[in-house]
Design a protein around this ligand. Structure first.
Ligand SMILES: [Fe+2]
Ligand SMILES: [Fe+2]
Length: 141
């Protein structure tokens, strides 16, 4: 794993985190119905975690000598509460897979601190996807 490839992959992750922030902010605004207060709260709580991930990645990219992207991954279209939760579950599972892969790449590159940080992020994203999956399990509509 060479440094430039690692920087490029971390930038793909950073675009994903920016996309997740946009996704949660817009979905929080769009949540409707009797569960709106809890859903909006849930989505907005996630924003704080994703912001921490984005900040970590931007700092690490600069530390490695790279330029952090300012592009966000597109937010998947979703109309209903269920569609939004399903889109969130897909994105969170993907993030968990991406950081698992990235931790392996950081190991190959030889940056143990980055490995540990990325593994922490795997745990965060797993928590997000498990929470979302449980909400969807008995979703009424
Ligand atoms: Fe994240
Ligand atoms: Fe997440």
């Amino acid at each position: 794993m060479d440094k430039q490839t690692l920087i490029d992959h971390l930038n793909e992750d950073l675009a994903g985190e920016f996309g997740a922030i946009l996704q949660y902010i817009t979905y929080a605004a769009k949540a409707t119905g009797p569960y709106r207060p809890q859903l909006a709260q849930f989505f907005l709580t996630e924003v704080a975690d994703e912001q921490m991930h984005a900040q970590f990645l931007a700092n690490k990219i600069v530390a490695l000598g790279g330029e952090p992207t300012t592009q966000a991954r597109p937010v998947p279209p979703a109309k209903t509460n269920r569609e939004m939760l399903e889109a969130v579950l897909v994105a969170e599972k993907q993030a968990g897979k991406d950081y698992t892969r990235r931790a392996e790449e950081a190991e190959a590159y030889g940056d143990k601190g980055l490995v540990v940080a990325l593994e922490d992020m795997v745990r965060d994203e797993m928590g997000h996807s498990e929470e979302t999956e449980r909400m969807l399990r008995d979703w009424p509509l």
